[in-house]
Ligand binder design. Sequence first.
Ligand SMILES: [Zn+2]
Length: 152
Amino acid sequence: MICERFDRPDMDDCIFCQIVAGDIPSRTVYEDATTMAFLDANPLAPGHTLVIPKDHHEHVQDIPAGVAGDVFATVHRLVAPVQDAAGAEASTVAFNNGEVAGQEVPHAHCHIIPRFTEDGSAPIHSIFGERPDLGDDELDDIADDIADGVSD
Ligand SMILES: [Zn+2]
């Protein structure tokens, strides 16, 4: 889904907020108080589904903790029905989190993309180029920084 308004990511311009509001039609497959799921308008595979928080939050880390739990609960609930409807034996479940990571609509959304044997696609690992050569000290520092940054 292409968003031409990434430079003005306010809610009035957000295509997903407009879907939530009913101003833009969608093939909605699930909805509850805080989350919604609908077919991607430009699917990468049959059954390609997006799960979003209904409120506008740009990044995963912007979603309030309780709603983040709701989003994952909806992802968890949808994976099997999406795979079954597509006749798929697997799926890629992923967020492009931030514009640099390829997020095209600035409203956090989780992709559930059915996968098939020999569908020509690849694992998430394949989107990365050369792997960094990290020493033990660097790995220890990064692990410590992450652990220190976690708040509950
Ligand atoms: Zn939005």
